[in-house]
Design a protein around this ligand. Structure first.
Ligand code: NAP
Length: 281
């Protein structure tokens, strides 16, 4: 048991990131530039529609223009790529976000890779992923970047620690594993074929849950004093960590909601402003 675990407040970290954007957005306005994020939603999956709406509202609150493109569920890969190419060529659009997941019939990798590098504000392209792995990405994926920002904000040590990441998706588990490795953690990445998952988690100083299963990580898996980061966002605002059972063992833990989620959105806003500033060069 750990006395008084630190609750890692995502709203606080997000506010810190957004505070640093206000002046930059004003300076861009003086040059006649309004940062603009285009979001593409294919189909009408309610959770995805909610995420896209949240991102659009967050843009509008800080003075970033948001353009939303809704495409029907039966959109072909070719049509989606054509829409992305139009946005690539539009000088008024600085960031492009294709909401994941897209319907199964679409070649998601081909669609992600159609996004131009300059506008890949969620680090989804193959080249963006590779640059992130090498440690010099302009725009790392927003959720992994959010997890790293929380660790940095609260000055939690990464170097030399054993980090266990549960999940290996290209937008979350794999990039955050690379980012932790680049900060000198010893990283174990677990997935659905991992045997003895609990054994690995029990040896972790840092646990990242990116599994997509509500309340999956249990308190009796957590080494006393471990830092627990919950990237999960399941229907009903439920994380991938069983917060109540993990709380007594963790030294620091993110809640859901108000943990990784708001920082992910703040990172998306920051990357969009970064992309718009490239027009000043
Ligand atoms: P995903 O693409 O479905 O990947 C889930 C990963 O978990 C896969 O690598 C899978 O392994 C692994 N997994 C599934 N069952 C497992 C098990 N029993 N034991 C160990 N690993 C298991 O999901 P994602 O897009 O990475 O998202 C993960 C979570 O993060 C979801 O809750 C999602 O809603 C949330 N999310 C949050 C944000 C945010 O802003 N907070 C953003 C994006 C995603 P395999 O590779 O072997 O299938």
């Amino acid at each position: 048991m750990t006395a008084n675990p630190l609750i890692l407040d995502g709203n606080r970290v997000a506010a810190d990131i957004k505070d640093q954007l206000a002046g930059r957005i004003s300076r861009l306005a003086e040059k006649g530039i309004t940062p603009c994020l285009a979001t593409i939603l294919v189909g009408d999956e309610p959770a995805s529609a909610t995420y896209v709406r949240m991102k659009g509202n967050a843009c509008n609150r800080v003075g970033i223009r948001s353009v939303r493109i809704d495409l029907p569920r039966d959109t072909t890969t070719e049509k989606l790529i054509a829409v992305i190419q139009q946005l690539n060529e539009d000088p008024g659009v600085h960031g492009i976000l294709l909401q994941h997941p897209v319907p199964h019939h679409i070649d998601e990798r081909a669609a992600f890779d159609a996004i131009s590098m300059e506008k890949d504000v969620d680090g989804v392209t193959t080249l963006g992923f590779a640059q992130n792995a090498f440690g010099f990405a302009s725009f790392p994926s927003c959720t992994p970047a959010a997890i790293m920002a929380i660790l940095e904000y609260y000055q939690l040590q990464i170097s030399g620690k054993h980090a266990v990441v549960i999940g290996r998706s290209p937008i979350l588990g794999k990039p955050v594993s690379a980012m932790l490795l680049n900060k000198d953690a010893t990283v174990t990445t677990c997935h659905s074929k991992t045997t003895e998952l609990e054994h690995f988690v029990r040896s972790a100083d840092i646990v990242v849950a990116a599994v997509g299963k509500p309340k999956f990580v249990q308190g009796n898996w957590i080494k006393p004093g471990a830092v627990v980061l919950d990237a999960g966002y399941n229907p009903g605002n439920i994380g991938d960590v069983d917060f109540e059972s993990c709380l007594p063992f963790a030294s620091a833990i993110t809640p859901v909601p108000a943990g990784v989620g708001p920082v992910t959105i703040a990172k998306l806003l920051k990357h969009t402003v970064d992309a718009a500033e490239k027009n000043l060069d």
